[in-house]
Design a protein around this ligand. Sequence first.
Ligand code: HEC
Length: 147
Amino acid sequence: MMVKQILAGALFGFLAVGVSTQVYAQAEKRQKLMQDQGAAVKAVKAAVEAKDYAAIEAKAKDLMGSSDQIVGAFPAGSGTGKTKAKPEIWEKSADFAGQAKALNKAAGELAAAAKASNDADIGVKMKAIADTCGSCHKAFRGEKYGE
Ligand code: HEC
């Protein structure tokens, strides 16, 4: 009886550790996705200065791809641990998905503007992208990492 309880306790502890490690890995993975987006935006800025339209287009397409991965990177139950994800992500999931879609759209428009070598339009679309990053962070990202 005693042994059984100890074994059950050990097994439960093992499972609990397994779950929290998974949640932790999930937050780390999406933070990496976000960091990649930050790097892509930086690369776009450098390419705009260099008037390298092909590079702008390529990075805009990277952003389209990463924006498609945002919603999937926030599965239900992954709001704990070292994360700034706010509970609103899951409470207003349609709104959250809408913000990711807005980024996807702006990135697609930037790619088109780069393809057309349209400097004025490139400027407008870059600002649209920065706005979508900012508005999603304002609504759905907290100030501090959770414990
Ligand atoms: C749909 C909402 C959404 C959009 C759009 C979005 N982000 Fe984020 N971003 C988040 C959330 C939520 C976090 C917090 C993630 C966490 O800590 O688990 C975050 C975190 C980050 C971080 C910090 C990562 C870390 O190391 O903790 C960076 C950098 C970042 N985003 C950059 C960007 C850039 C650049 C864009 C636009 C190109 C962007 N994000 C668009 C929701 C979004």
